[in-house]
Design a protein around this ligand. Structure first.
Ligand SMILES: [Zn+2]
Ligand SMILES: [Zn+2]
Length: 634
């Protein structure tokens, strides 16, 4: 009813009934208003003050006056919902609520009367997977019952056991799939593979550890090993140390990203990898490279942001203080409520204060300390553009200045070339065959599209006369082929260009070519490019950056660069709150807030907070226990 009458302080005349305010169904309201007098229905008092008798007229209508009321109206729509626009219209006024007859149990009372071990099927479905395992173990059967149920019980045991093994024991049996997180859903589908008795199968898993706490990674590794032990082959694409250490055979692809990758750089066992001195992955696992434990952590004394009374999803009326100006990590096992706290509540709450558009934050009572920051930015791993036209310099808007430099040369001025002639996105100076892309896309019908260099410009993107314009001996296409670092020294004296390029160097992207198409960047590179772009356009702001699992899909090497990038942001006076499981980043954190102790109902509270060293002393914290290992504390 809240959907149909969103504002009950309005009267019928003022349009309290929302669906009847639409031009198409206004006539329903007119009919109601026309008969209101005869039936003593007040049309000018707030809707909430109408009596039961009044509401009856509105809902059930007046048959003798041929008025169907709301019930008749929705029944009429229901009959015509084969029409797309009516289906859409209808869905606007609907919301899910519990069925009044069975109260959410889904079954008739006859079916619910059947009980096993004292519980009916609805009650069993309300158990958590972990509890259900215990429940089925303790049921006592008669001789005959045992005979009948043997196979079924075996199946139930093995399936529940698999769900528990992949770390999902906290889910209730009746949780709907659409309410699961991405990682949870992937692990549910993995259990169907674990539950089958097929052999000689090839399983290919793409980063199954994404979003998993180290504790859960261990369980998952065991589950995957058991697939192998039953005579299957498993190929896993992953970066997690635990996973690598468990593998029988490692294949390393590299050495770099994009153009600098694509080769098999190593194949063999973990021992062989560790014994190779120059192997990049191996040296991280052996600990000779990687995040070192900082000698001094930044003290949390640069102000605090205090979120009070957060109670969305499983959060238990939390009041949390986030330190500003330091690297603050929010950790916890999957499903503990980290994202609910940071993205769904804190981010929205600060956006509201800063008058930024965003989805409505989950419930909280107050936020204090937001005056210490000017802006808040949520950085995710979404791709920055599928078009080969976008590249690092266009993305951070450095290309405008580079084009201005070329337009200012004597050669350009004598031919009247403007900065626009040096753009590959508008007509003028760009190659007319490939329209400035430098490549032609060839449709291969049933195969993936193939790109080939443009025969007209040879991949340079520009017309010959534009390429004749040079600055310090090089033309615009040569410049797009430079790395960021080369370009930085090439444009010495051009302060505007250098300032922008400096941002790319700050975030560790100095090795990228200026013209490298954005769609060939790795997810880690794209993420750092976003940070650089933000910094180059908002210079003096004190900004709070919120990052959601930025290490996802990153190799050890990328994580090191991400950490450098964080250091730069903090040195510029910004703040960082990062939701993360990665032990390498935890090691580098100044402050950690650990949410837990478990997932779902067993989570939603702050278990521990402080420096990584503080956390190792807290028994209840799973995160603290794993930190003891990486910080070399017994
Ligand atoms: Zn029902
Ligand atoms: Zn061309």
């Amino acid at each position: 009813m809240e959907l149909i009458v969103p504002d009950s302080s309005k009267s019928l005349l003022e349009g309290a009934i929302a669906p009847w305010k639409t031009p198409a169904y206004e006539h329903e309201l007119q009919e109601l208003l026309a008969l209101a007098d005869d039936y003593e229905l007040p049309v000018d008092i707030p809707f909430r003050e109408l009596t039961k008798a009044h509401l009856k007229i509105i809902h059930e209508g007046v048959p003798e006056r041929d008025f169907g009321g709301l019930n008749g109206f929705f029944a009429w729509l229901e009959r015509r919902k084969y029409k797309m626009h009516l289906r859409v219209f209808l869905s606007r006024w609907r919301s899910y609520r519990q069925c009044p007859k069975c109260r959410g149990d889904r079954l008739k009372s006859e079916s619910l009367a059947t009980k096993v071990g004292g519980k009916n099927i609805a009650e069993i479905c309300q158990l958590k997977i972990r509890e259900a395992i215990g429940f089925f173990k303790q049921i006592e059967f008669t001789e005959w019952q045992r005979e009948v149920a043997r196979h079924v019980i075996e199946q139930i045991h093995s399936r529940l056991h698999y769900l528990n093994t992949v770390g999902l024991g906290y889910l209730t049996l009746d949780r709907t799939l659409r309410t699961l997180s991405g990682g949870e859903a992937q692990r549910v589908s993995l259990t169907t593979a674990l539950g089958s008795n097929l052999v000689n199968m090839l399983y290919v898993l793409d980063e199954p550890t994404v979003g998993l706490h180290p504790k859960d990674v261990r369980h998952l590794c065991k589950a995957i090993m058991s697939l192998k032990d039953r005579g299957n082959t498993v190929i896993v694409v992953d970066h997690q140390e635990e996973m690598l250490r468990n593998a029988d055979q490692l294949i390393e692809v590299g050495p770099g990203a994009g153009d600098r990758g694509g080769k098999i750089t190593f194949q063999g066992t973990i021992e062989e990898m560790l014994s190779q001195e120059d192997n990049l992955t191996g040296s991280y696992i052996a600990g000779t490279r990687g995040v070192v434990i900082p000698e001094r952590r930044r003290p949390a004394n640069r102000g605090w942001l205090k979120l009070k009374g957060a109670s969305g999803n499983n959060l238990k009326d939390l009041t949390v203080e986030f330190p500003l100006g330091v690297l603050c990590l929010v950790t916890g096992v999957s499903g503990s409520g980290k994202s609910t706290l940071v993205q769904d509540t804190l981010y929205g709450a600060v956006c509201r204060r800063k008058r930024k558009d965003t989805t409505k934050p989950l419930p909280y009572t107050d936020i204090v300390g937001d005056g210490q920051i000017d802006d808040i930015v949520l950085v995710d791993q979404s791709p920055i553009g599928r078009s080969p036209r976008s590249n690092p310099v266009t993305y951070i808007k450095a290309f405008d200045q580079i084009r201005a430099v070329f337009a200012d040369t004597l050669e350009a001025r004598t031919h009247n070339y403007s900065a626009g002639h040096f753009s590959f996105n508008v007509d003028g100076g760009r190659c007319s065959v490939c329209k400035g892309v430098g490549q032609l896309e060839i449709d291969m019908q049933f195969l993936a599209d193939v790109y080939m260099n443009c025969p007209q410009c040879g991949g340079t993107r520009y017309r010959d006369e534009i390429l004749n314009v040079t600055y310090r001996g090089l033309n615009i296409a040569d410049v797009l082929g430079m790395t960021v670092r080369e370009a930085f020294s090439f444009f010495r004296g051009q302060n505007k260009v250098q300032t922008k390029l400096k941002r790319l160097i700050d975030v560790g992207l100095d090795y990228l070519q200026l013209g490298q198409p954005a769609n060939t960047l790795s997810s880690g590179e794209a993420q750092r490019l976003k940070l650089a772009a933000y910094m180059s356009t908002h210079k003096r702001n004190r900004t709070l950056f919120i990052l959601d699992e930025p290490s996802t899909g990153l190799h050890f090497n990328d994580i090191l660069q991400l950490q450098d990038c964080f250091d730069t942001l903090l040195a510029l006076g910004h703040s960082l709150i990062v939701v993360e499981h990665n032990l390498q980043l935890m090691k580098a954190a100044d402050y950690i807030i650990d949410i837990g102790p478990g997932a779902a109902d067993e989570g939603g509270t702050v278990i521990a907070q402080g420096t990584p060293e503080d956390l190792t002393r807290i028994e209840a914290s799973h995160t603290g226990r794993f930190l003891r290992g990486v910080l070399n504390i017994d």
